[in-house]
Design a protein around this ligand. Structure first.
Ligand code: SF4
Ligand code: SF4
Length: 419
């Protein structure tokens, strides 16, 4: 993992052309020059040269980035803005230390599936016992500090039991053709177990045996907050468990987790981490490139639109594969929206730290979705799914958001409603 000072050449590449201004979702929302890539490059250059220090303003500017890489793909000089911002956040975390909340989350909660299960259980009780509606109606949440009311509304509805606790550690496929490890991630495990079930259905239908080794968070929230020590801790555990499972592929249904797992090798610089990253495939990538996928028997008669997650399109270069899968589903019509690859505003935990700005970014996506008249939105990232669903809900729409796998699963099983 490179330090900010080692990325000096990235700063020198910026010609101040301003192309990034036209595309940065945060600049378009705020019109603040320091938030656009050019502004960040200018400030980081001053920081490295010692002309400015870690002021509050500097901290704020560095926290205000979606890491969406939209600026990077429109930059004529290839400035790697996300890499610069991540290095700056790591430096800031070392200089100032992380809050007690973040430290607890990254080092005690996310490193232990048992602790995360316990938290999910408490959240489940809060959401289903009636406490949540009392807290909302009584005005208690509005009285709490730190914008907790907004944050609370963005929490996903958690399931009664974690997905991983409802399935055996190995799901043998009849007439096995392949055997893969499944990294299901925290969101599928706790908020969207239906995605996990759909993963298993699709793999079974295509002769792929699925091994579910123990696992912890991929580390992306810690990386985005500058806590590289926590990332290494999490990565070592995941690498060890998947190695012990003896699988030659690690298949992921979450764009954010997938891009993180693919970066373990570069971040850690060890042979073991590099070998692990080589094995990682997004599920759409795996199904289109490595499986002779069997078409579903049941038509899915509906019109959908597809949202490209930043971590799938710009981080992993995957945008045709999910569309290929959808086009192959009998009865399904795909209607493209304007700005399908525009960031939805979720950006890891950005929607929790900057709720209102994140929803403003997402409001464009909501409008574009609704303009298609589609009956559902499909995406390949559970975090985007949550953000898109909240945006649609705020916009008064009941259009469901589903994962590509859930559409495929329905074409294999027939019947059930989605979303
Ligand atoms: S597009 Fe690239 S080179 Fe141009 S101002 Fe933005 S970061 Fe600098
Ligand atoms: S990564 Fe996204 S949010 Fe950050 S500066 Fe670039 S375009 Fe703006």
């Amino acid at each position: 993992m490179k330090k900010l000072s080692e990325l000096r050449s990235q700063l020198d590449r910026c010609s101040k052309c301003g192309n990034c201004q036209a595309v940065c979702p945060l600049y378009l929302e705020t019109k603040r020059e320091p938030l656009v890539a050019r502004g960040k490059v200018f400030l980081l250059d001053n920081l490295i040269e010692g002309r400015v220090g870690w002021s509050r303003r500097m901290e704020e500017v560095i926290s205000l980035c979606l890491l969406c890489r939209t600026c990077e793909v429109n930059c004529p000089n290839g400035v790697q803005v996300a890499r610069l911002v991540l290095a700056a956040r790591a430096e800031l975390a070392l200089a100032r230390g992380l809050s007690i909340w973040k430290k607890t989350a990254f080092h005690y909660l996310l490193t232990s599936s048992g602790n995360l299960n316990l938290l999910a259980r408490l959240l489940y009780l809060y959401q289903r016992s009636g406490l949540q509606s009392v807290a909302r109606k009584s005005g208690l949440l509005q009285a709490l500090p730190w914008g907790l009311e907004d944050k609370e509304r963005l929490l996903p509805m958690v399931g009664r039991r974690a997905f991983a606790r409802t399935v055996p550690p190995v799901m043998e496929a009849p007439g096995e053709k392949r055997r893969v490890g499944y990294f299901y991630g925290c969101m599928t495990n706790h908020a969207y177990p239906g995605i996990g079930q759909a993963f298993l259905t699709v793999m079974q239908a295509n002769g792929v045996t699925v091994v579910l080794p123990p696992q912890v968070c991929c580390g992306l929230p810690a990386l985005a907050s500058g806590d590289r020590e926590a990332v290494v801790k999490l990565a070592k555990r995941n690498i060890g468990w998947f190695r012990a499972a003896g699988v030659d592929r690690v298949v992921v249904d979450c764009a954010s987790c997938g891009s993180m797992l693919k970066e373990y090798g570069e971040l850690m610089g060890t042979r073991e981490a590099g070998e692990f990253s080589q094995k990682v495939r997004d599920v759409a990538e795996f199904l289109t490139e490595e499986v002779d996928i069997r078409p579903g028997a049941y038509p899915v008669e509906m019109t959908v639109t597809y949202h490209d997650p930043c971590h799938l399109k710009r981080y992993q270069g995957i945008h045709r594969a999910p569309r290929e899968l959808l086009h192959a589903v009998p009865g399904l019509a795909l209607r493209e929206m304007e700005g399908a690859d525009r960031c939805c505003g979720s950006a890891g935990s950005f929607n929790l730290t900057h709720c209102r700005l994140s929803m403003r970014v997402g409001s464009h996506k909501t409008r574009n979705i609704l303009a298609t008249g589609a009956e559902a939105v499909v995406t390949g990232c559970p975090a985007c799914r949550l953000q898109l669903a909240k945006g649609l809900e705020q916009g008064g729409s009941a259009v469901p958001v589903v994962h590509t796998l859930e559409i495929l699963s329905r074409s294999y099983l027939g019947g059930k409603e989605m979303g």
